[in-house]
Each structure stands twice: as C-alpha cells, then as structure tokens.
Design a protein around this ligand. Structure first.
Ligand code: NCD
Length: 320
C-alpha cells in the first residue's frame, strides 16, 4: 500500500479545509482532486483494498434530507480510507426539540468528530457549520445552491470518457432553476474550459448565467447535433412552489431523452444523470440502460471523488 501512496499526485498545492462549492476552487484544484480520485478508483475496486490515510479519524454524515448515492458513497469512502463513520439521523435527533443545526454540530464535534458531511435543504447550512465548528465540512447538497461532489463525479466521468473537458460542449437539460447539481456543474465545467448550454422549459431556465459565458436553449432537438455530453437533470418536484410546465406529458414531448432523439445526436454522445432518475420523464429506460449511458459508472466515480475530497480536506484541517 505504501507503493500506492507514493503514486498519488503531489497535493501540496491543495489549500482548502472545506469543500463548500466549486466557485471558489481553481481549475488546478479541480484537476488535482480529479487526479487523486482517478488513483483511488484504480485501487479501491474492492473493499479489501482499504487504505489507512484517515485511520484514527471520525467522519460524521449529517444528513437532513434523503439520500441514496451521496450518503452511501461518503460512508464507504470514509471507511475505505480507514476512518470511522458516525451516521447522524436527523429525524430521530433532538432537532425535533428545537436544537439548532450549529448546536447539533458542536455537540457532535465534542465527541471527537474530525469532518462533517452535510446535506440540508437550507442553502448555506454547510457554510454556517464550517464557520461555527472546528472540523472540515463537505457540502453534500444544500437546497438548490450547490452539490460540489456530484459535479466533480460528473466531470470525472466526462474526462475519463472524452479525455478532456476543454472545448467540449456539455448540455445540462431539465430543471436548472431548482438544481444544485446544475449550479455546481456550471462552475466546474466552465473552469475546465467546457462550453455549457442550459436547456429546458423557459420557466426552469433563466439567463442569470450569461455573464459567465453560459448559453441557453429551450429546444433540445435544436442543440442535440452539437453536444458532446447530455447531463439529464431530474425535475425537482419537491422544490417547486408552482407548476413550471403544463404536464409531464408535455415535458416528455419536448425534453425526454429517448431513442428517437438519440438518433439525432452525435453518434458517440455521452449520457449522464445524477440520479435518482425518473424513467420516462428525463430519460427513457432504453437510453438510461443503453451503451451511451454512463449513469452507473458515475456512481462508481462518486466513491472515488468522495475519497479524494475527504482526504484532501483532512490534509488542511489546521488551515482556513
Ligand atoms: C441529486 C441531489 O440530491 O441534488 N442527487 C444526488 O445527489 N445523486 C440530484 C437530484 O436529487 O435530482
């Protein structure tokens, strides 16, 4: 295993104690994290290859919203690095008695927790914890604001398949307005030199990103022949106050990625989606399970990215 550690990229340039979003990371930071994740992916194909880079450390998964992939992969990532994991169950905690998020984090930290992985429906909750507790904080999704590790695993998947992000055209399709995945993807993709097109119903796509060079389209059929990657985002019904389009049937007619649309795309177009997917709404089963889809591979990359994020932030635990 020592041989493996010596093959990891030089991480001296990493300066971040927390991972709250991608906006504050440089292209070099993102590339370093992806390079480390690539190495972890190679070694950690099986649970037998456990590393001891975080042995003696405790990671707390502080999830106030539901999760399948993100929570499981952060847990496995911490375990494969040799850390202990404390799974905090928000539903059965004293938060129901009125305890605040900050008090909750501080009390857990008093038991000797080194890092918090935080998911909350309030944008900014992970930042608030980072300002009031002394451990590292990794944002696992805060409201519609940011989901940095999801974007990193999306970008890692694209880089593995296409070799580079530079000059590639990536379309984020669907519910941009309510998507933390879209926001983090936009920052990460732009920093690495990709062209980003946001595509969906006009009620779910606004022009606020034009200032950083992001393009828009309300017609998936129009942009399809020119895109290298389609990232299909779930309609976040749980975050919507009003109905953003008349019916799911109408969405399906205009935006669902199906075999007919796939035939109009570049022949090697890459299909990704953060999951969960609503089969038949964002993407049909045929396309989701087809040869151009990397949806399951993204989940494998999620483990590697989260190992990289936990390890790199821990290296700077005494920093800013
Ligand atoms: C995403 C999330 O929670 O924001 N899911 C995930 O982390 N894999 C996307 C979504 O819920 O649609």
């Amino acid at each position: 295993m020592d041989d493996f550690i010596s093959t990891l990229p030089c991480v001296d340039s990493w300066r971040h104690k927390h991972l709250l979003g991608l906006e504050s990371l440089s292209a070099e930071d993102i590339t370093l994290l992806l390079d480390v994740a690539d190495r972890f992916r190679t070694i950690c194909k099986s649970a037998k290859n456990k590393l001891n880079l975080l042995s003696g450390k405790t990671v707390c998964t502080l999830f106030f919203e539901n999760s399948t992939r993100t929570r499981s992969s952060f847990t496995l990532a911490a375990q494969r690095l040799g850390a202990s994991v404390l799974a905090f169950a928000a539903g059965t905690s004293s938060m129901s008695k009125g305890e605040t998020v900050v008090d909750t984090a501080r009390n857990i930290e008093a038991m000797g927790v080194d890092s918090f992985v935080v998911r909350h429906n309030m944008p900014g909750a992970p930042k608030l914890i980072s300002e009031n507790a002394s451990g590292c904080v990794l944002n696992a999704g805060d409201g519609a604001h940011a989901h940095p590790t999801q974007a990193l695993l999306d970008i890692l998947t694209i880089r593995q398949r296409l070799g580079t992000l530079e000059g590639k055209t990536v379309a984020l399709v669907g519910d941009i307005a309510h998507s933390r995945v879209a926001r983090s993807n936009i920052w990460g993709l732009k920093k690495l030199g990709a062209k980003v097109i946001l595509c969906g119903p006009s009620t779910l796509v606004s022009s606020e990103w034009a200032k950083i060079g992001v393009e828009y389209s309300y017609s998936l059929d129009e942009i399809l022949p020119n895109v290298d990657v389609l990232n299909l985002l779930r309609i976040q019904f749980e975050r919507q106050q009003s109905r953003p389009f008349p019916s799911v049937r109408e969405y399906e007619l205009l935006y669902t990625m199906n075999a007919r649309r796939l035939a109009k795309a570049k022949k090697d177009v890459l299909i990704i989606a953060p999951g969960p997917i609503n089969r038949g709404v964002e993407v049909t089963a045929e396309v989701a399970d087809g040869p151009q889809s990397a949806i399951i591979d993204q989940v494998t990359n999620g483990l590697a990215v989260r190992m990289a994020a936990l390890w790199l932030t821990d290296l700077r635990r005494d920093g800013e």
